[in-house]
Ligand binder design. Structure first.
Ligand code: WTA
Length: 646
């Protein structure tokens, strides 16, 4: 049976309490519980086309590095493109592209396939070979999707860097992966302005450790003036025109690396998470189809994530395209040029499934319901949430104002490292609970454990762990196998520890409580306290820095920094000016998303006698609470001094 035949039809209503004992989804849970590996093998066979069949499902002999379907071969791009065209679906729209300024493109599967074939030839002409790393630094435009799939098609490895990251962040990622090629654009449109990208690439490539890059391909998007290095830079459109149109997709082993995606952890250095091909694509396709109950022949799906994040990889590019779905791709922000832009897009394209982050829902809530109410959102039948816990208030607003009290909401928990959704309700199967991510999907084993790694009884709170390997799990950290083991597998031996705290309620449903490590979650984006602190102390004026994530009405958490000045920084200090300087400094070092909401200059930081900074107390201050237990502080008066500086 195909997943499509099994999936639950939600077109005819189905509310928040649509659980029925005979819902077809139940069969998936049963099948997976009876034979987990057999279940995944069946998904891999039914959802993907294999060039040579696999005989082995999982090899975990080199745990924690798993190999899935390892003796099978396939081509990821062919699975996302050519096979749909061969099946007669060439005229189906793959992408409805909406540019920030209102320009539109309708791209069919046949057209997307043709572009990717040409782009694959373009890369080959430039000497890119299987296994080489290609950095993609682009706005959210169709070329970004084409570039990713072309890299995948020739067995090379893409590393997409979010366009909001700075030249220095880009440089560090180029260096770590030793990329040979960068694909960028002159700029992207942002609120009516050109947000230039090429200058950041130029600056990154002037920096150390980037000599591996021999070519830069530049998409012409905004026609802004850019500096040009004749020996290195090439226009995308010229190279595409010169490339041969047809490219036969070669077969690669299932474990061929597909991409590296950098994510923040608890240290100052981002980790290059490595994903491979067959297992990743299987789970991306399975979850996209099942969690969103996708009917490719009639749904118009829209995931609002940028391709710079894992959500954009799995639920803009690989999952939807593997399933032959029709989707919307939108370059801009929710509120340009007016606050109803998103809802106009839903209305215009007849979006049926919308997948976004709680931050966006809270921002829309603030703007007021009159804005969505003025649009026709009646095509929507399923809503998804990702990236951070969704507070019940936002959940209810999302469901009643956007979903007109009809649409189920799936709250999907997963991570860059898990590659695909792990915990979610299934529409039509699970009784929905506002604020709870609910159950591990079929084939996934998640457990909440105590300090000692013992699974908790219902009612308990502890650490969210995954106790069995899954197809789309990360295969490692690029260039640092030891760090992979230490970061994820050492805290609870035999289990993957995700960094999140969770509660298990009396019915066994999982409530994700947020990070228990020094990782912050701002607007659904992961930021590391250590990374921002180390950026701050690189400024000559800063002697010490402590960064905390404090609760924020719109962004979930916001970054607050507390800094001690050096003698140099203190000379003639203008606090307000220094704070602005430091915010901008962090923006330049890491990217605008990492800019602290506040930078407070303080005489001292709260430290224990052994010198450990007590961030918990700073969080109390930033959240406007009375400060908690200070008895372990070396100097108990320090909190008053800090409060006075705020
Ligand atoms: C958080 C994003 C609560 C969590 C896909 C996780 C969530 C981190 C949810 C991963 C959710 C993601 N409910 N928290 N539904 N989804 N998170 O790698 O803290 O950017 O560890 O992947 O986001 O962030 P990442």
């Amino acid at each position: 049976m195909t997943a499509e035949a099994r999936s639950t039809d939600f077109h005819d209503g189905g509310g928040a309490s649509a659980a029925t004992a005979d819902a077809p989804g139940h069969a998936l849970y049963k099948e997976a519980a009876a034979d987990r590996l057999g279940f995944w093998a069946e998904q891999a066979r039914s959802l993907l086309d294999w060039r040579s069949a696999f005989t082995q499902t999982l090899d975990f002999s080199d745990a924690p590095v798993a190999r899935w379907f390892a003796d099978g071969t396939l081509n990821v791009a062919e699975n996302c493109l050519d096979r749909h065209v061969r099946a007669g679906l060439g005229d189906r729209v793959a992408i409805h592209f909406e540019g920030a300024r209102g320009d539109r493109q309708t791209i069919t599967y046949a057209q997307l396939t043709a572009s990717v074939q040409r782009a694959a030839n373009m890369l080959l002409d430039l000497g890119v070979r299987a296994g080489d790393r290609v950095v993609i630094y682009l706005p959210l435009i169709p070329e970004a999707v084409v570039a990713m799939l072309a890299v995948a098609r020739i067995g090379a490895i893409h590393s997409v860097v979010f366009g909001g990251f700075s030249a220095e962040s880009l440089r560090a990622r180029i260096e770590d992966a030793q990329a040979t090629l960068v694909i960028t654009a002159d700029g992207g449109w942002r609120r009516g302005q050109v947000s230039a990208l090429k200058p950041a690439v130029d600056e990154a490539l002037r920096g150390p450790g980037t000599e591996s890059v021999s070519r830069v391909i530049v998409v012409r998007r905004c026609e802004n003036a850019v500096d040009w290095d004749d020996a290195r830079d090439l226009w995308w459109h010229e190279q595409m025109d010169a490339a041969a149109p047809e490219h036969a997709a070669p077969a690669f082993p299932a474990e061929q690396p597909l991409f590296i995606l950098y994510t923040s952890g608890t240290t100052g250095r981002p980790k290059g998470i490595v994903h491979t091909s067959g297992g990743y694509l299987t789970q991306a396709a399975f979850t996209h189809r099942t969690v969103f109950d996708i009917h490719p022949e009639r749904d118009v799906y829209w995931c609002t994530a940028d391709i710079g994040w894992i959500t954009g990889h799995s639920y803009v590019v690989y999952g939807p395209l593997a399933n032959g779905a029709t989707q919307v791709l939108y370059e801009g922000t929710p509120d340009e040029p007016q606050p109803g832009r998103w809802w106009d897009i839903v209305d215009t394209y007849g979006v049926t499934v919308l997948y976004t982050a709680p931050t966006a829902v809270r921002a829309a809530m603030k703007a007021g319901r009159a804005i969505p109410d003025a649009r026709d959102l009646s095509t929507l039948r399923l809503l998804g949430s990702v990236g951070e816990p969704i507070n019940p208030e936002a959940w209810h607003w999302y469901r009643s104002v956007i979903g007109h009290d009809r649409t189920p909401i799936v709250d999907t928990w997963w991570q860059t490292e898990t590659g695909a959704i792990m915990i979610s309700a299934l529409p039509g199967v699970t009784q929905l609970k506002p604020g709870s991510a609910q159950d591990p999907l079929p084939g996934i084993v998640a457990e909440v454990v105590d300090e000692d790694g013992h699974p908790l009884e219902p009612g308990g709170s502890g650490y969210l762990t995954l106790s069995e390997p899954w197809p789309s799990m990360a295969r490692g950290i690029w260039g640092d196998p030891d760090r992979f083991v230490e970061t994820y597998w050492a805290r609870f031996p035999g289990r993957y520890f995700a960094g999140d705290g969770a509660r298990i309620d009396d019915e066994g449903d999982i409530w994700v409580l947020g990070r228990v490590d020094d990782v912050m979650n701002v607007s659904g984006h992961r930021l590391s306290t250590a990374e921002i602190e180390s950026a701050l102390v690189e400024h000559v004026g800063v002697a010490e820095a402590a960064v905390v994530g404090a609760a924020d009405d719109t962004t979930g958490q916001a970054v607050h920094a507390f800094v001690i000045m050096t003698a140099e920084g203190s000379a003639g200090l203008d606090r307000a000016a220094m704070s602005t300087t430091l915010r901008d400094w962090v923006g330049q070092r890491i990217g605008a998303i990492a800019k602290p909401k506040s930078v407070v200059i303080v005489p001292e930081l709260p430290k224990t006698r052994s010198g450990k900074i007590m961030r918990r107390l700073l969080r109390d201050l930033a959240e406007g609470r009375s400060v908690g237990d200070t008895t372990t502080l070396a100097d108990p008066t320090v909190m008053d001094q800090i409060a006075a500086a705020m």
